[in-house]
Ligand binder design. Structure first.
Ligand code: ZN
Length: 90
């Protein structure tokens, strides 16, 4: 799991995600399945009560608290969905 502090943190993972273009499937809002080298990984994006955003991935890198491209791919979808939700509730 890693704490999301800013986009800079994700830049290399985003570059990798753009190159690899993994499939991202929505399980539900905040929970995604991302294709990887050994099948699908689950990525969980959540925000705690203090507004701290945490991202978890079930791949080896994610278990070592690294920012992996699965997380980057899932986050880009997550951010889009979160915006849609905000717009819907206005
Ligand atoms: Zn991962």
């Amino acid at each position: 799991m890693f704490i999301l502090r800013g986009v800079d943190q994700l830049s290399s993972a985003i570059t990798k995600a753009k190159k690899i273009r993994p499939r991202v499937e929505v399980d539900r809002f905040g929970r995604y399945r991302v294709s990887g080298s050994k099948g699908y990984y689950t990525v969980i994006c959540r925000k705690d009560t203090r507004g701290i955003k945490a991202v978890e991935c079930t791949c080896q890198g994610g278990e070592k608290d690294l920012v992996c491209y699965h997380a980057a791919a899932a986050l880009s979808l997550h951010v889009g969905l979160a915006k849609q939700r905000q717009t819907a509730t206005v």
